[in-house]
Design a protein around this ligand. Sequence first.
Ligand SMILES: [Zn+2]
Length: 448
Amino acid sequence: MSALLIHGATVLTVNASDEVIADGAVLVEDGRIADIGPSAALLQRWPGVDRHDARGQVLLPGLVNLHLHSGLIRGTAEDMPVFAWLARHVDPKHRVLSADDAYAASRLCYAEALLSGTTTVLDMYRYMHRCADAAEQLGLRAVLAPYVADQPPYTYFETLEANARLVEERHGSAQGRVRVWFGLEHLTYCTEAAFREAARLAEHYGVGIHTHGEESREMASRLHAETGLWPIELFHERGILGPRTVLAHCVWLQPQEIEILARTGTSVAHCPVSNMKLASGICPVPELLDAGVAVGIGSDGVKENNNLDLLEEMKFVPLLQKVRLLDARAMPAPQVLRMATIDGARALGLDDEIGSLERGKKADLILVDFMRPHLTPVLHGAYGNVVSNLVYAARGSDVRLVMVDGQVLVRDGVLLRADVNELMRQAQQATEALIVRREPYVPTIEGC
Ligand SMILES: [Zn+2]
């Protein structure tokens, strides 16, 4: 039996009533939240238990990054339209990527995610048995969805057979923290048969499906011109939509597509920074939420973003909607916090276990240091400002402690399960070699 009483924090429970406890405490016992409430009550109720003084800090559920790609080519593929960017930089990289690269990339990205307060990721990448190794080693919760593609010329991506093997070998490993879903790159990278087979396999194994909804207006129009169906209608027709499916982006949506997402219980991973940087457009998040669609927040990869700081990402969610709708009332901060926690958990089918601080749930939680100039003052009551400042002013570097399954993975801002300098060195070497191997495959693209 191991127990720890974290006390003295402002606790953002993200429970059904978004309860905030001004001087709150959480008892973590055997990996779960055994008690939660005012500090005074818990300190009295649990004498003799190890204590962690969290005065000046904010305690909240660990963040859920609902769409990321582990990766190594941060900052090397800039200022290009999305399909030229894929052809010039991303697809040639996939031709030469190795399993060792995948390990270096996922260790780097999971370390970055953990250090900035993310405890659960939905990662789409390659050679994901090595991503499973990295997740197991670093201790975070990871849902892995390989980049499957079969439409020529993209046959050098992952296959559905390899994806199914990964499900059989790793789904539920690391005491249940590692899960495996079926991943499909994109409508234009996968045949209709691949979508139908992924739907069949996901049903067979009882796991989810992750793919990219439409980012590009031009591509949505092209698909509609070619097939008579909009992208969400195409997904629906190919049988992949449902409560265990998460679509990234979904920037360009017709009203009937929002209705299909809501009716099928399909979830969306909103990636505002990626959508801005690749000039994709603005996902209609309020309309999706009004329709009852679960919308979580994703960073996308380091090649799109260029970081995995979900606290920073949160700020862009309401800013984009306020300016799109010219309505400052759009998307209040508590709603954004829900997206980054419980709604992301719901999209993954994990909301019974994580996503809020409630008795009985798994202890996936973070402490953010508010004793910083950019987070001062801290107020409660009528002028309470903690949730607003978390969304609009906090940074990943303010995260002090990260716990998953009751295990401390980051303490005092330091990663505990791996040497961060060593994993940076490994990523540096892997990237330099990858760029050299990629060079023969890089096409010349007019105007880029
Ligand atoms: Zn993506």
